[in-house]
Design a protein around this ligand. Structure first.
Ligand SMILES: [Zn+2]
Ligand SMILES: [Zn+2]
Length: 292
């Protein structure tokens, strides 16, 4: 029996308003998309109105493209040593959560944060207390903590660290995990090799992360294994062997999870590279890469 590929798509722009995103998804042949709900380098965006939400819902229905995730603004850092940054981060997170709720988007993806020069345990406890004070997310919205490349002392570089963070936060039922293939590779998981992949799966199983994975970011990496430097590349053009993507796409535990590419829109137009990346992923979902 032929296995169905996981729902695939990309992070798409909301230039012109959130309601423009589903059509962009349709243009690239995506089943699912991820968006920023506002400018990704600003703390707060213009408030979404009922009109915006209605237009978004209409476009989602018309195109059949599901917006599965809002990626939080990069400024949010619950691990910061500065209290003002942590406070602003909590307000911004609340803003993102209410946007997700208004738009009916189930996942909110957040990088756990970076603790600068402080030791990781301090960063973990700051993020955890931030999440505890945040309380519950709106009904229907799940926060996904994304694993990181380990750049700049960012928290979330290993399955063990993600587990520690979840435990410190009290393992809230509305917090789960999003995995990024480039970040895994950059943080040192050799997902291109059979042994590295198996040990990652074993680590995910023993830390209890495996059942918490709700989404994947499928990106190739410009930088080598263990570089701790996060630079996304188009599928097949970076350092990650294609076999890694085949494994992720065909693993039974992940078969129903939405998977999106987040690579630069550097083609002829904003759609070209997403179309190519999705074609490459569909091929890898159907069978192993040539020559393997
Ligand atoms: Zn990502
Ligand atoms: Zn990244």
């Amino acid at each position: 029996m032929k296995r169905k590929a996981p729902p695939l798509g990309a992070h798409v722009s909301v230039a012109g308003g959130v309601h423009t995103a589903p059509e962009r998804g349709k243009r690239i042949g995506a089943e699912v998309i991820q968006i920023f709900s506002k400018h990704n380098t600003r703390w707060m965006g213009k408030a979404l109105g009922e009109d915006d939400a209605r237009a978004f819902r209409e476009e989602s229905a018309r195109t059949g493209v599901r917006t599965v995730a809002i990626h939080c603004a990069y400024l949010i850092n619950l691990a910061s040593s500065k209290e003002t940054v942590r406070t602003r981060s909590l307000y911004a997170l609340e803003d993102e959560a209410s946007r997700a709720s208004m738009l009916g988007v189930p996942f909110l993806v957040m990088h756990p944060g970076s603790c600068g020069d402080d030791p990781a345990p301090e960063g973990i406890s700051r993020i955890a207390s931030g999440l505890r004070s945040f309380g519950r997310f709106p009904k229907g919205v799940t926060l996904l903590l994304e694993n990181t490349a380990g750049q700049g002392n960012s928290i979330g570089r290993s399955m063990g660290q993600v587990r520690e963070l979840l435990d410190a936060a009290g393992a809230p039922p509305d917090v789960a995990v999003c995995l990024d293939s480039a970040h895994l590779f950059e943080s040192g998981y050799d997902i291109g090799g059979e042994a590295g992949w198996n040990s990652l799966l074993a680590e995910m199983a023993s830390s209890g992360i495996l059942p918490l994975v709700r989404m994947w970011h499928l990106n190739d990496s410009k930088t080598p294994l263990g570089s701790c430097v996060d630079r996304h590349e188009h599928i097949g053009e970076g350092k990650i062997p294609l076999s890694a993507f085949h494994r992720i796409l065909t693993r039974k535990e992940f078969s129903a999870l939405p998977m999106v590419v987040e690579t630069p829109k550097d083609g002829e137009d904003e759609f070209e590279m997403d179309i190519r990346n999705l074609a490459a992923l569909r091929k890898l979902a159907a069978g192993p890469p040539e020559g393997s």
